[in-house]
Design a protein around this ligand. Structure first.
Ligand code: GRF
Length: 214
């Protein structure tokens, strides 16, 4: 397979919604920013705009719902089948609103990335930006981490702070967070594709950390 020969990592992006992070990844890929290729976009939501973004860029899409299956285990089997069939090396969760099944995580340990719009372990869950804003913290941020069996608990790869100013509204904070996400996620993918992420227990070391980001 040509992608194997060229060392390109074959990437599947899982997205359930708007897909702005998917778009940032597609744009980075188009600039050859990382040594990988998004070969598949999967969604559990037929009307996700992420699916449209993938189609606009001629990326293969798959869409099926948990409710299409008799059990969670059948759904997970189908996910694993899809990943194997497409020779996926890296799964990138980009606003995927369903916890991955344990078997998927086991088979792709340290090959699944997630982005969270807060500084983990603070403000886990689906409303990281709003929860941080409502709590009144002065600093929040973005985290990219490997996925493990917990909710937003896997080893942390990258974090970047975002200051909440007095005049910020939830909307301006969301904008700031997304701006950081759209730079950070492609960078995390780049690090993965260059085999520069070394997991030691809970700690993820970045090999050649001083190498320029580009
Ligand atoms: C992002 O804020 C991400 O951190 C979170 O879900 C959101 C997805 O946004 N996991 P989008 O669909 O990529 O625009």
């Amino acid at each position: 397979m040509s992608s194997f020969l060229s060392g390109l990592k074959r990437i599947a992006v899982f997205a359930s919604g708007f897909g702005s992070n998917l778009q940032a990844l597609i744009d980075s890929q188009n600039k050859n920013y990382f040594n990988g290729k998004i070969v598949l976009v999967f969604s559990n939501n037929e009307s996700a705009y992420a699916i449209q973004r993938a189609k606009n860029s001629n990326i293969k899409t798959e869409c099926f719902l948990l409710s299409d299956f008799n059990s969670r285990s059948d759904f997970d089997k189908k996910i694993i089948y899809m990943l194997k069939e497409n020779n996926i090396d890296l799964i990138v969760l980009a606003g995927y609103m369903l916890l991955l099944g344990e078997e998927v995580i086991k088979q792709y340990r340290y090959k699944i990335l997630n982005i969270h719009p807060a500084l983990l372990p603070a403000f886990k869950g689906t409303h990281g930006i709003k929860d941080a804003f409502d709590y009144g913290v002065k600093v929040t941020g973005v985290t990219v981490h490997f996925v493990d069996e917990g909710l937003d608990t896997g080893p942390i790869i990258l974090q970047e702070p975002v200051i909440i100013e007095d005049n910020d509204t939830l909307e301006t904070l969301e904008e700031k967070i997304h701006k950081v996400e759209h730079k950070m996620y492609p960078y995390a993918v780049k690090l993965f594709c260059e085999n520069r992420l070394l997991v030691e227990g809970r700690r993820v070391k970045i090999v050649d950390v001083n190498k320029p980001i580009d």
